[in-house]
Each structure stands twice: as C-alpha cells, then as structure tokens.
Design a protein around this ligand. Sequence first.
Ligand code: GLY
Length: 403
Amino acid sequence: MSSHVCDVLVIGGGIIGLTAAWRALEAGASVVVLDPSPGDGATHAAGGMLAPVMEAGFGEQGQARLGTASLALWPEFAESLERAAGLPPGAVGLETAGTLALAYDRDDLVELRRLLALHHEWDLGSAEISPEDARRRVPGVGPRVAGAAWVPGDHRADPRAAQAALASVVAARGTLVPRAAVSLNWADGAVVGALDDSGTAYAAGAVVLAAGHASGSLFAGAPTRPVPGTTLRLDANVDRAPAVVVRGMVQGRPVYVVPRPVRPDGRRELVVGATSDEREDDHLTRAGDVFALLRDVRALLPELDDAVLLETVTRSRPGSPDNAPLVGWAADGLFLATGHHRNGILLTPLTAAAVDQALGAAPEGPEAAAASEVATRFADPRRFAAADSGFADARSTTRGGTA
Ligand code: GLY
C-alpha cells in the first residue's frame, strides 16, 4: 500500500471541493484533491443561478441569509479566480442583471404573490410588475402569462467556466488524483486522512469532505442524500433568447432559463432547468422530464421553439435533512463542505470564506467576515449531532462513524 502526505486532503473535485483546495493553496498548504471525475457531479448540471431571493421559501430565512451573504462575495470571488487562472475579466460569467419571475396562470400568480409578500417581510427587494412590463424587459414573454415580478437581487454565473478555472489553478499548484475516497482514516477520535479505491493511503493535517451527495457514505455525520435534477442546454438566436434569468411557475411546476453570454455568431446558450426528484443518483435522463421542461419553458417563452437542443444532463444535488448546507468543522481534522442542495454555485464564495477562516486566514474584508459568521450560525454541520436536533441517525454516528 503506497501512501501520500499532505497538509490538506480534499475529497471531491466539484466547484465546492476545488474552491476549498484553491483557498488551502492560497494559505500555503500542500493540497491533494481526490475525485475520479472532477466537475462531473452537480456542478456539471448546474444552471448557475445566484438566487438568494427566489430560492428562499417559507421557513428558509437562514438559507436566505446564507445566500445573500455569499452573493455579496461573488464579484470579488470571480475577479480573484479569473486573476489566479490568468483569464480575462468576465470569464466565469458573473452577470448582475437581475431576474424576471413569471406566473403562467392565475393560480401561479397567487403563489407568486405569496412569495413576494414573504420577500417583502424579509426586505429582499422583489416587486410585482405587469406582464406588459415583463415583455418590455424580455420581449419573448408569451401572451398567456398572467403575472410577473422583477427580482433585482438574483443574478447568474457560469458553473462550468468557474469549474474549469478552478481546475487549472488547482492542477498548477496542487495534486489532482483521479481516484475515489473509500473511507476516512481515524486516530484517537480525529480524522487523519483517507484511503482511495486503489489502496493508496493519504495522511493529512485536515480533510475537507466535499463529495456532494456521496459525502454521507464516508461520514455519517454528513447526512446527505441525492436530489437528482435534469437541465437542458439550448442554443438560441440572441433576438429570441432572454438576456436575463427568467424563472416561473407553469401550473404549479417551476422552470427557469439561465442565459450565457452572447457569442460572436450572434447566438447564446441557455440552460433550462430543472426537475427535482428524491431517488437514486443514476445520471439517467427521463424522457418525460425533458418533455415537461420544454413544454413549460415554451409556455413562458414561446420563441424558444426555434432553439437547438444541445444537451440533456442529469446529476444530483447534495441535499441535507433540512436542505441547508453543512460547512464547518464536524470532528477534529474533518471540515465539511457539502449539502449545498440547490445553491452550490451561489454558496461557493461563502464556503471559500469559511475555509479561509478554518485555515486561520484573516477574512478578506468585512463582507467575508460577515459571511463566515453567517455560515457558523446557519451551516454548522454539528447541528445534526445536537442532543435535541431530532436527527437521531446522524447523532449516533457523528464521531468516528467511519473507521
Ligand atoms: N439552483 C437551481 C436548481 O438546483 O435547480
């Protein structure tokens, strides 16, 4: 059995794991990342909505606080990542142009208004507008749409571009090993490394567990589950494609469209999403899901009939028992960065700030300090181990759960 020694071992090479690896490299650590297929999990399917407002539902004020705190860090995160990767400004696709929310029928409008009332209570800045105003903002909005809202606080970035930038930075300065972790190594109640599927052992000062929905199979104190979602990639003429994120409800079903930048040929890619299921992670796209997404998106934006269908992709979000993330120390030597559910891209900079703090780096400015405080309050993984948490399965196995 060969072995490897490093300061920080990151398990999982999606946007969250690579961000943790990058921050650890910036802190001067030697870093190894284990992932048989980096970026081929939830990051690969993600649309890239940065949507603390529209993703916050009833009872989810903590998630809204996490999302808002993380969104404030996105511009600095994007700039420093682009600089580190030697890419031009804008390469990771951050666009702060707001979001149009649509309601297809009267019942959808009732739901939208309930949500807007909640946003008003939480001071999130969304406001109802008329369907005519919606069409002035996005000319392709269909004639049957019953109502709309403008959401100035929800934006977008390009997850695949961010993943590629992170991969180049981490590959240049750290070690990416195309292997899966099969167990954590424990000594005296602390995590001291891991074993991969080739039998190689890694000894590390700290392990960051960022294996998405699979995190729970390595550590029972990370009670994650797969929440599969399908997204589609369309290619549309710029005259027929929205320039801002459009999301809506169509007879009770959610659908969204996230535009990528216009290309020199006058076309742009659009990500249409997403289904959300509670089943196993099999990467298989159901015909009915593709049908439903296309049916619903054309109800809101009929001009997309002309678009070319480029790709269908199904991957699993990492859900947690309360659907809030797990970011923080879970045991001596073990830092969790998982459970980001529907908001992995949004919460990436907040996770970076929490990793910085965990590694003893001073927060880069007041917004990063505020974000890591919010993470401590609303994303502490030890909440599932607390005596009164009600998450009994996690509680019984939080420490030393994987030998
Ligand atoms: N963030 C949207 C989704 O998970 O589908």
